[in-house]
Design a protein around this ligand. Structure first.
Ligand code: BT5
Length: 308
C-alpha cells in the first residue's frame, strides 16, 4: 500500500464529516487528481465513498483486506493482504530480508500454516492469520516477551469480541470454559549476539470459522458466540501488540493467564517438569514449584493437569 493511500485512509477515518478534495490534497501533499485516483482505487477495493459538494466521506468499509484493516488502524504498520498464502510468517520473512519493518502480512487463508516445532496450523478461510514484522532494539534473549505480548493482544481482541479467553503458558489462547484453543502465536527471529535484527510475530486466531473446520481441541470466536469480525479483530490485535511495551507485558500476561496456580506438566527440551505453576519471570519463563524446589522453564509444551 502506498504511503499516500494510507494517509488518505487515515484522514478519511479521522474525519467526522465530508472532507473536500482540495483539503485532502493539501494534507497529503499531492494533487487533487492524485486524491481522486486514490479514491477511485478505494471504491474498487470495495469502499463506499460518497462525494458531493462538501467533499468525500466513507459510508461503508469492505469486510477485509489491506485497506479495510488499515482504515482506522491506530498503529503505524503498513498492511499487506493476500487472499491465500502458504504462510504469512514466510512472506513476512521475505519482507524482512528486503529490509522492511513495521509491516503486517495478513492472509485470508493459509495452505502451509505452521505452529511451533513445524506442527501444522489449520488455516481455513475465516480465521485471522497475521504476521507482524518489527525490529525491536533488544537482545535476542528478550524475544519471548514479545510472544507473551502477542498472546495478551489476542486475548484482549477475543474479550472485546465477547469471548472469555485466557492464556495458557506460553502463548496459547484458550476459551476459559472448555480450554479449547482459540489462537496461537509463532515467533521467529534473526539476530546477532546483542541485538535482534528482525522479529516476526505470527498470530493465528479462529475467528469466523465453524468448529467443524478445526481440530477437535480447537474452537472459534464464532462457535463461542462472539462477534466474528475479522477486520476488527485483526486491528485490535495489531493495536494491542503495538501498545504493550516489554515492561508492561508480564503484569498484563499474569492478569490474563489461566496457568498460574495450576498443576502443570511441561515437556521441555531437557525433560519433563511437573508441579504447580507459580509465576512467570522476564522474559517469559514459567516458574514451576516441584517436589525438588522451584524450576524455571524457558521453553516447552505445557499441559494443565488439575486445579492446584
Ligand atoms: C501455535 O503452535 O500455536 C502457533 C500457531 C501460529 C499460527 C500462525 S498463523 C499466522 C502465522 N503463519 C504461520 O505459518 N504460522 C503463524 P503450537 O503451540 O505448536 O500449536 C500447534 C498445535 O495446535 C497443532 O499441533 C494442533 O494440535 C493445534 N492446532 C492446529 N491448528 C489449529 C487451529 N486452527 N486452532 C487451534 N489449534 C490448532
Amino acid at each position: 500500500m502506498s504511503d499516500t493511500r494510507r494517509r488518505l485512509l487515515d484522514a478519511l477515518a479521522a474525519a467526522d464529516g465530508p472532507v473536500s478534495g482540495p483539503e485532502l490534497a493539501d494534507r497529503l501533499g499531492v494533487s487533487r487528481a492524485a486524491v481522486w485516483k486514490q479514491v477511485e482505487a478505494l471504491r474498487e477495493a470495495g469502499f463506499d465513498v460518497a462525494s458531493d459538494a462538501a467533499g468525500y466521506a466513507v459510508r461503508g468499509v469492505p469486510d477485509y483486506g489491506a485497506d479495510a484493516i488499515a482504515y482506522g488502524l491506530d498503529a503505524p504498520y503498513a498492511v499487506e493482504y493476500h487472499d491465500r498464502l502458504p504462510s504469512t510468517n514466510d512472506r513476512a520473512r521475505e519482507l524482512a530480508v528486503e529490509g522492511a519493518t513495521d509491516h503486517v502480512v495478513v492472509a485470508g487463508e493459509q495452505t502451509g500454516g505452521r505452529g511451533r516445532l513445524d506442527r501444522p496450523w489449520s488455516s481455513p478461510p475465516g480465521g485471522v492469520y497475521a504476521s507482524l514484522l518489527v525490529r525491536p532494539d533488544r537482545p535476542p534473549a528478550h524475544v519471548p516477551v514479545f510472544t507473551l505480548a502477542a498472546a495478551v493482544a489476542v486475548t484482549r481482541a477475543c474479550r472485546e469480541a465477547g469471548v472469555d479467553a485466557v492464556i495458557k503458558w506460553p502463548n496459547d489462547v484458550l476459551l476459559a470454559e472448555s480450554e479449547r484453543k482459540l489462537a496461537g502465536v509463532l515467533t521467529e527471529m534473526e539476530g546477532e549476539a546483542d541485538r535482534v535484527s528482525w522479529l516476526i510475530v505470527g498470530v493465528g486466531a479462529n475467528v469466523d470459522v465453524a468448529a467443524e473446520a478445526l481440530p477437535e481441541t480447537a474452537t472459534s470466536v464464532r462457535a463461542a458466540g462472539g462477534v466474528a469480525d475479522r477486520r476488527r479483530f485483526c486491528q485490535r490485535v495489531i493495536e494491542a501488540f503495538h501498545g504493550l511495551d516489554p515492561e508492561a507485558t508480564l503484569p498484563a500476561w499474569r492478569d490474563h493467564a489461566v496457568t498460574l496456580g495450576r498443576e502443570v506438566r511441561v515437556e521441555t527440551p531437557g525433560g519433563v517438569v511437573e508441579g504447580e505453576a507459580v509465576d512467570v519471570e522476564f522474559p517469559g519463563a514459567l516458574v514451576v514449584r516441584t517436589d525438588d524446589g522451584d524450576r524455571v522453564v524457558h521453553a516447552g509444551d505445557c499441559e494443565h493437569l488439575r486445579p492446584a
